[in-house]
Design a binder for this molecule. Structure first.
Ligand code: 13P
Ligand code: G3H
Ligand code: ZN
Ligand code: ZN
Length: 309
């Protein structure tokens, strides 16, 4: 039981053609729900912290909560920085004991992204920490992007090879049509699997990462809307697409939106049905339970990493 890097996890995931779930954490109930599910499923686990999470909960609280989760469950956990936007935040997290960091230089030019990623890789590797980088752009992608638009924003397979070789990065987040948040597709969901296969062929045995991979589980969207919410038209990546991706070199699947929706749906329902309750433990407890069930479902039925610890 310890904080570990994702090196071994990804090697096993690649060979076993499954993916490890990387779940975003922001408070105690979210962490507890996730680790309880991973423990029951005997699954490998990545807990990831965004800059926003660090701002909300404060770095020390999140670090100690993750340590407490490890102590309580006996799990091995990767503590990962999600979307580090500059060298300084990556350095802070490495100095803080994170075992993995993401440097997201995807908004910069290819050469600038390489230089920034290389700098983080050098600092991280000297300290036994692994690095994820990103090539290609995720945001604002719809299913009706045309071929030339795709070439501009989706990850270029040949560039991916050059990027990995020149930076020495440990894993790479790619853009094949997913996006962050609850509104991923206007029409039918579509991912560019041909591109993913090309990248995998050119980078054999190299772990790839899928961001923006929440399914936006319809039952949670419906519950949110039924109990006072207003999130019409929310749509995510269907489960069978995630299963397919995990057999094509995707070793890490990022999930945040589904955690938010599970928790919000459960709390909305509980408060609506129990208007007399004002004890936060009651409704936050419902949120935690919903997260645990959702994460168990992902581990067992989507990621395929039950009993792969
Ligand atoms: O990619 C993510 C975190 O980095 C989360 O994606 P979702 O918004 O699809 O959950
Ligand atoms: O990729 C983004 C994650 O969902 C984190 O979101 P956040 O920046 O609101 O914490
Ligand atoms: Zn990005
Ligand atoms: Zn992301």
């Amino acid at each position: 039981m310890a904080l570990v890097t994702s090196k071994e996890m990804f090697k096993k995931a690649y060979e076993g053609q499954y993916a490890v779930g990387a779940f975003n954490v922001n408070n105690m109930e979210i962490i507890q729900g996730i680790v309880e599910a991973a423990k029951e499923e005997n699954a490998p686990l990545i807990l990831q912290v965004s800059a926003g999470a660090r701002k909300y909960a404060k770095p020390a609280y999140l670090k100690k909560l993750v340590e407490a989760a490890i102590e309580d469950t006996g799990l091995d956990v990767v503590l990962h920085l999600d979307h580090g936007e500059n060298f300084e935040i990556c350095k802070q997290c490495i100095d803080d004991g994170f075992t993995s960091v993401m440097i997201d230089g995807s908004k910069y030019s290819f050469e600038e992204n390489i230089a920034l990623t290389k700098k983080v890789v050098e600092y991280a590797h000297e300290r036994g920490v692994v690095v994820e980088a990103e090539l290609g752009r995720l945001a604002g992608i719809e299913d009706n992007v045309n071929v030339s638009e795709k070439d501009a924003i989706y990850t270029d397979p040949n560039q991916a090879v050059e990027f990995v070789e020149r930076t020495g990065v440990d894993s790479l987040a790619i853009a094949i049509g997913t996006s962050h948040g609850a509104y991923k597709f206007k029409g039918e969901p579509k991912l560019d699997f041909e591109r993913l296969e090309k990248i995998t062929k050119l980078l054999p045995n190299f772990p790839l990462v899928l961001h923006g991979a929440s399914t936006v589980i319809p039952e949670f969207v419906e519950a949110c809307n039924k109990y006072g919410g207003n999130i019409p038209g929310a749509k995510g990546v269907p489960e069978d697409m995630l299963r397919r991706a995990s057999k094509l070199g995707i070793c890490k699947i990022n999930i945040d939106t589904d955690l938010r929706l599970a928790m919000t749906a459960a709390i909305r329902k509980y408060l609506t049905e129990n208007p007399e309750v004002f004890d936060p433990r009651k409704y936050l407890g419902e949120g935690r339970k919903a997260i645990k069930e959702m994460v168990r479902h992902k581990i067992k039925n989507v990621l395929g990493c039950s009993n792969k610890k």
